[in-house]
Design a protein around this ligand. Structure first.
Ligand code: UDP
Ligand code: MG
Length: 352
């Protein structure tokens, strides 16, 4: 939950809020700043000081109000002590600490939940992203986009374990999702609050947020951003992440295309299985009566019965999925559509 003190509400002037200071000379925190920078932190003690001063340097000249939400994802080094010190020095720093390591996606999700800004800018804690790029992202948002994704055009990571798997994964994601971006994995992005607040994230899915947003009608673009080699600590990921990303993509695609009609996908597998089983049966009969080949001389009987059983299973699974989907939508009063606006209607359509 977002916490605001009455003092903050009372003293928040209109503009330019970014330049206001309280009686102790500290920069003042405002209840709803223009920008929330979200940073998952997992064992990044050496980067945090430099990270915050770079963010501050990059954002102060923009003449906008801002906050930084740092989520300590169960760090085992001194990251939390560093964050505590920073938060004591600057009230625009919010810190959320997890009881254990839940992963980057969970940390980002918590950061979004605790952010109060109108624009949400996630980035990494390891100084690989450059806060100086935030200005470019914001300019793009001003052009009318809802999501601006960073593209690490000159990415400074290992070729075989990182760049090639990532290039392949990006191509596949772009093809399957129909959302054309070069670099889904880049953490540095900018979102309007409205497009990101309702999204629930699972697995490694933070990279798919632009895809969700685009499916919900958001306008998306990308801008090249600088990428630095890691200076401190080490990367938390290896090549196995690519596999997780591909599996997550299958889930996302399934949910987007079939979430409200699962019987279509299970049912079509089931029907194709039935067709294969009947074709096999017909072929068996032709072989027996036309060519004098007995049933047991071919593998056909096994295939026919297997396909038939698979068909029955798929259809029943599809029906079960339909029940689940209805429970999901109806128990939470979710809609299968999203309304942009209405004119002259009495009811206030819920966003699902
Ligand atoms: N991170 C996290 N929890 C984890 C792994 C990573 O919060 O379990 C954070 C990490 O501190 C960094 C960001 O996620 O701020 C990206 O991690 P990393 O730099 O290791 O990924 P890479 O840049 O190598 O893809
Ligand atoms: Mg990194």
């Amino acid at each position: 939950m977002q916490t605001t003190t009455p003092q903050i509400n009372n003293f928040a002037p209109d503009a330019p809020e970014a330049l206001s200071f309280d009686l102790n000379g500290l920069p003042e925190r405002v209840a709803e700043p223009d920008i929330s920078v979200i940073i998952p932190v997992y064992n990044e003690e050496d980067s945090l000081g430099a990270l915050f001063s770079k963010i501050s340097q990059a954002l102060t000249p923009l003449n906008k109000t801002w906050e930084v939400v740092l989520v300590d994802d169960g760090s085992t080094d001194r990251s939390y002590e560093k964050l505590k010190m920073l938060a004591a020095l600057d009230p625009r720093i919010k810190v959320v600490r997890f009881v254990r390591n839940f992963g980057q996606t969970a940390a980002m999700s918590a950061g979004i939940d605790h952010a109060a800004g109108k624009i949400i800018v996630p980035m990494d804690a390891d100084l690989q992203n450059d806060p100086a790029d935030i200005e470019n992202l914001l300019n793009k948002l001003d052009e009318g986009f809802d999501v601006v994704s960073g593209w690490r055009k000159q990415r400074q990571d290992e070729l075989f374990s990182r760049l090639i798997p990532s290039w392949t994964a990006n191509k596949i994601i772009s093809m399957i999702s129909g959302v054309r971006l070069h670099d889904y994995g880049c953490s540095l992005k900018a979102y309007r609050k409205e497009v990101i607040k309702g999204i629930r994230l699972y697995g490694e899915m933070h990279r798919f947020v632009p895809i969700y947003a685009s499916w919900m009608g958001a306008r998306i673009t990308e801008v090249p951003v600088t990428h630095h080699a890691r200076q401190f600590g080490q990367s938390k990921y290896g090549i196995e992440r690519t596999i997780k990303v591909i599996l997550d993509l299958m889930t996302v695609k399934f949910l987007s295309s079939y979430a409200t009609k699962p019987i279509y996908i299970f049912g079509s597998f089931g029907l194709w299985s039935f067709i294969a089983s009947f074709v096999g049966l017909a072929w068996m009969l032709v072989l027996k009566y036309g060519y004098n080949t007995t049933f047991i001389e071919t593998p056909l009987p096994i295939m026919v019965s297997m396909c038939f059983m698979l068909g029955v299973q798929f259809i029943l699974m599809g029906l079960m999925a339909e029940v689940l989907m209805r429970t999901y939508h109806e128990s939470q009063d979710k809609r299968i559509y999203i309304v942009k606006s209405v004119l002259n209607t009495e009811t206030d359509p819920k966003r699902s």
